[in-house]
Design a protein around this ligand. Structure first.
Ligand code: ZN
Length: 269
């Protein structure tokens, strides 16, 4: 099974041009708790302070920024001292959150004429024209031609493109599964496409494999890795060294694709 490790993006994987500002990352949402602020490593950091019946100070960095839970009796100065001690960790987590938000933003596909998405790892642009019929890739492989008027709604465009992507996913995944099943000496009983939000793929001991159709956005070597990974589970239903040896037997460079996939996430469109 391959699970999402981080909420990063499918499409906006380029590194940031500059260290993003932390100020925008911290906007705690709960109005019931006071907002506090202090300087951590030269950055102004706001945080939500929750007073609770507890003995120690807790820190959580989430999408809303930094939240601190502290015992009711603890002086503010002690809380700030604890924050300063944890400054490196807090700043690192806040930066990760900022990056994550930026990537999720960049991953959002604009479902309109001129919108861009990745198909088999390559950028393709959407072209709407009622003169076309159906949905197809043009000869250059860089345009998805859609038989829809320019006035089509985002939902209409998204539904048409996603239905096409799912069909393409099946026709791309199927032969890769057959090839890897043969190489691994396993029998795949059934291939199903999934829309899971947290998994790229899964395998059951009855020989059925599920692959997330959104893998079609990725380059072929990433798809191959997920295919080989799930089919290898038909021999080893675990992630033991034996399992990884099975994967390596058909994909010696699997670590590269695995590392790449770790930086991606499944984004719901
Ligand atoms: Zn697995």
């Amino acid at each position: 099974m391959l699970k999402r490790l981080a909420q990063l993006s499918l499409f906006g994987a380029e590194p940031p041009a500059a260290v993003p500002s932390l100020a925008g990352a911290v906007s705690p949402s709960s109005p019931s708790n006071p907002l506090c602020a202090l300087q951590l490593g030269g950055h102004p950091v706001a945080y939500e302070l929750r007073r609770a019946r507890r003995r120690s100070i807790g820190f959580v960095v989430g999408r809303e920024g930094l939240r601190v839970s502290a015992p009711r009796w603890l002086p503010q100065a002690d809380i700030e001292r604890a924050l300063l001690q944890k400054a490196d960790w807090i700043l690192r987590k806040l930066l990760e959150q900022t990056e994550r938000a930026r990537r999720v933003d960049a991953a959002r596909i604009e479902w309109r004429d001129g919108g861009m998405l990745k198909f088999l790892g390559q950028p393709v642009w959407l072209r709407l024209d009622p003169g076309f019929s159906g949905v197809r890739l043009d000869e250059s492989g860089s345009l998805i031609l859609l038989g829809l008027p320019l006035s089509a709604t985002e939902t209409q465009v998204r539904d048409a493109v996603q239905a096409w992507l799912k069909r393409r996913a099946r026709s791309v995944f199927e032969p890769r599964c057959q090839q890897f099943a043969q190489a691994l000496g396993v029998q795949m009983k059934q291939l199903r496409l999934s829309s899971a939000q947290t998994r790229w793929g899964s395998a059951s001991s009855d020989g059925s494999i599920r692959l997330n159709w959104r893998l079609i956005h990725f380059a072929p070597d990433i798809i191959d890795y997920v295919v080989a990974h799930e089919l290898a589970h038909l021999r080893e239903m675990n992630h033991s060294p034996r399992f990884w040896a099975v994967v390596a037997s058909v994909l010696p460079d699997y670590q590269v694709a695995r590392g790449h996939l770790r930086d991606q996430s499944i984004t719901a469109e």
